[in-house]
Design a protein around this ligand. Sequence first.
Ligand code: ZN
Length: 253
Amino acid sequence: MTIEIPTKLINSHRTNGVNGMQSNGHHKSGHSNGYTNGKHANGKNGVAQIGAMEEAENPYATPPEESYDPAFEALVAQMLERLGEDPERDGLKRTPLRVAKAMDFLTSGYKQSLAEVVNGALFEAEGQEMVIVRDIEFYSQCEHHMLPFFGKAHIGYIPNGNIIGLSKLARIVDVFARRLQVQERLTGQVADALVEILQPQGVAVVTEASHFCMMMRGVQKQNSFTISSAMRGIFKENASTRSEFMELVTHNR
Ligand SMILES: [Zn+2]
């Protein structure tokens, strides 16, 4: 009969650790509920609301249903099942929706046009000097495994009357990186886009990337990275222009 009292104490004062410990042997489930609720309440709503936690909605519970791309989400759910998972378990319930959204973003380059990205940020300029922007971060996905590859792009061009806002170079890289890609094509597409937009004397693009499909599977070479280059115009024709670019890009590394 003495056990009745600590049990009630636990139910109404869930953070009371001492009473919880005392009753542990006889009221295991009561104790563990109290612990769990208390922990959530402390993390989220503060101690004052602990008593109400039992009835209140769990703030960590799955939010109400919403749908983003039902057909795509069904495919992801099917894939999860195929992998031996239960798409209905708590942690995975919203995974198809999240994956659909993430994939949409990661492949958003398909829907962008160069014109809308450049958006008038072209300027007339007299200069004939080489313009270089290096270490432009990019994130892409290999088309063979749909696994990420990521790294840096270095871009150089020699104008022929037009220059472009420097931030636009990074945007142009994103247009082609946010697709299913191979690194060589990504590199070439960025170069060709700049030829089209700027009609310069020449364009040079070098990318260096780490590929998850090499790092996580297959040969599992974590520290190797792949370099790809695309030279257009004077960078292709003139070895000294090309080597000037390469020197500037690799300087201080
Ligand atoms: Zn791959």
